[in-house]
Design a protein around this ligand. Structure first.
Ligand SMILES: [Zn+2]
Length: 162
């Protein structure tokens, strides 16, 4: 398999396993809840994603301890993880791994939202006929989008008439 393709697969792979439900199933509800609390307490200091892995650091609850370094990545057999905390050293999926995964999901959601804000601004600058032509071109290529657009137009019409 070409290296680039494999990398893309890995990236999609880590995205597909990193859903809240999947994480909850992997780690069990107790660790998941602890991870959620850790994330909610803003103890995740940073999280980075690259080539099929997540890396992050988490502030410990105890004073005077070094920040925990945590990593989740994909292997042929499934998900692998490591953390510098006492549980992570025993190779158990710890709350920090959950917390960095949740922080990553949150970041992605915020990025997507920001992308939409920029798109809204860009779309506001073009004329309505340009917008209509553009949407029709997209609808020609994408049957589902065509259906959605028809529904959108019908909804708008019925709201205008009522
Ligand atoms: Zn840990």
């Amino acid at each position: 398999m070409p290296a680039l393709y494999r990398l893309a697969m890995l990236e999609r792979g880590i995205a597909s396993i990193l859903h809240r439900d999947t994480i909850a199933v992997i780690v069990g509800s107790k660790t998941f809840e602890r991870g959620e609390a850790c994330f909610a307490a803003r103890r995740v200091l940073e999280v980075q994603v690259s080539a099929g892995e997540l890396r992050g650091s988490v502030k410990p609850q105890e004073m005077g301890r070094a920040n925990y370094k945590c990593r989740i990545w994909l292997r042929e057999e499934g998900v692998a993880y490591e953390c510098t905390c006492p549980m992570g050293i025993k190779l158990m999926f710890c709350k920090h791994a959950v917390a960095i995964a949740l922080a990553h999901l949150d970041q992605e959601r915020a990025d997507a939202e920001k992308g939409l804000t920029i798109l809204r601004e860009a779309l506001s600058t073009i004329t309505q006929p340009q917008l209509v032509d553009g949407l029709l071109q997209l609808a020609r290529r994408d049957h589902d989008l065509a259906t959605d657009l028809k529904r959108l137009a019908l909804d708008a019409l019925s709201r205008r008439d009522s």
